[in-house]
Ligand binder design. Sequence first.
Ligand SMILES: [Zn+2]
Length: 272
Amino acid sequence: MLPSGPTLRHVLVVGVDGVRFDLLGPELTPVIWGFGRDGFLGPVAIEETTPTWSGPCWATIATGHGVDRHGITGNDLTGHRLADHPDFVTLATRAGLPTLVAVSGWPPLALAEDGGPLFAEAVRREFVAVAEKSLAGWDAADEAVTGLAASILAEDGPRMSFVYLGAVDAVGHVLGAGEAYREAARAADQRVGRLTAAIRSRRSVADEDWTIVVVTDHGHLDRGGHGGREPEVATAWAAAAGPGIQPAGPPVTRQTQIAPLALAALGDITGS
Ligand SMILES: [Zn+2]
């Protein structure tokens, strides 16, 4: 029998853009719903001072700080103060860990466009552009980034990863929160399932601790698109399971809690 070394902690955060909390359920999104059984799943209120848009909400999720600190109020990130408030992947990268950022469709999360990248430093970075800016193109980009990320998770097992899926939000903007939006959410849930299956397929998984977090940034109006403080827009959600998550622990109720949760799940990365 091989001697067992220290169990290595890994964290995967999946960001699924623009998925309404009231859409989640055991039939439509069984993978995400399952986190409620194994860890937690619950609503996360977007803070009063945070515009209910992707840019400021993802910046708060990534940095653990609100608009007053990161300075991002819209989908052009120019003028941000991310250097003073780095994202959780950058912090893990600076600690010398293998990291991954894999993004579908929306450049400023991963690339130096529109004031980005929000995720500043990563050992491995993948971006899949949307062909022809169509909904089919968004679906294809999510599919491609899922395949890429799944193979990297299965083979390389980065210690901290962020994977972003954008097709649900795109459908919400174009078609509203109807049947096509529900089907996009079903596809996103299946993609989350493929990422978790890739982790389970690792040969070394028995010697690893994986904490998986799935979050959205904001919801949508019934007619689609961003509003203001309507509950269906201003209610995001978070799901998480793994050794870094205590089912009976303090619930995640604010977007500022996601980054500290992800970093805490890695354990002591400073080596001190
Ligand atoms: Zn968004």
